[in-house]
Design a protein around this ligand. Structure first.
Ligand code: PEP
Length: 251
């Protein structure tokens, strides 16, 4: 398998139902056919409506922002992977720094979610990344490596092949401060090497590694031109169709 170019838009807890439908329609209408896969990750409640729109384009896919690790049952307020699958979801964002920070998600739980997503035939977009004090202390590569090892390295090479990794330095998320192309490349190369050490060079070369953290039209081209940056996970700029489309067109 070859690694892919992916640009995923994480809408977080934004947009009413009508606004969400309009945003998805605008992205679908403006999306050029290309090898780049564009992914929309709206809030759960908009997934089935956005799913209709996503079907209009071959290179447009649907993601959930989270899922529950159990198959179903007495988990009030939660959403199962089978429910997601039944409305056309193909990717699930896991381990986003906001899930880690506000909902206490860490390696043991994330490993269960990763397993459940893969078992259902969906693809996790696994987020990792350090907070500012860790970057300032110079221990970011260790921290990110531990996040990846703890939640992913129990997988077989075959299962791991369906995992997308998103490196998202927490200090760059929603702050307007972007990692420099060199900082992104450095960490992406570390991640690819780590994967090579565990699964071999072929698997590592085929692993899609996205950068996330204040990606916008003005910086996407330079970030995406780095040899180990295979695309982006985009928050704020994914809420504006023109910006999101410009980012997708930045390869
Ligand atoms: C994100 O939430 O994954 C993200 C990268 O947000 P932003 O693009 O707004 O920094």
């Amino acid at each position: 398998m070859k690694r892919q170019h992916i640009v995923a838009g994480n809408w977080k807890m934004n947009k009413s139902f009508e606004e969400g439908k309009d945003l998805a329609e605008a992205v679908a209408a403006g999306l050029n056919e290309s090898d780049t896969i564009a992914i929309l990750a709206p809030p759960f409640i908009h997934l089935s409506a956005v799913s209709m729109t996503v079907q209009q384009k071959l290179n447009l896919k649907l993601a959930a922002q989270n899922c529950h690790q159990e198959q179903g049952g007495a988990y009030t307020g939660e959403i199962s992977i089978d429910m997601l699958k039944s409305v056309g979801v193909e990717y699930v964002i896991l381990g986003h720094s906001e899930r880690r920070e506000y909902f206490g998600e860490e390696a043991t739980l994330l490993a269960k979610k990763v397993d459940a997503v893969l078992a259902a035939g969906l693809k996790p977009i696994f987020c990792c990344g350090e907070k500012l004090p860790i970057r300032e202390a110079g221990t970011h590569t260790e921290l990110v490596s531990d996040q990846i090892k703890g939640a992913l390295f129990h997988l077989s090479a075959e299962a791991f092949a369906d995992v997308v990794i998103a490196y998202e330095p927490v200090w760059a998320i929603g702050t307007g401060v972007t990692a420099s192309p060199e900082q992104a490349q450095e960490m992406h190369a570390v991640i690819r090497q780590l994967v090579a050490g565990q699964y071999g060079a072929e698997v590592a070369d085929a692993t899609t590694i996205l950068y996330g953290g204040s990606v916008k039209p003005a910086n996407a081209k330079e970030l995406f031109s780095q040899p180990d940056v295979d695309g982006g996970l985009v928050g704020g700029a994914s809420l504006k169709p023109d910006d999101f489309l410009a980012i997708i067109d930045s390869f």
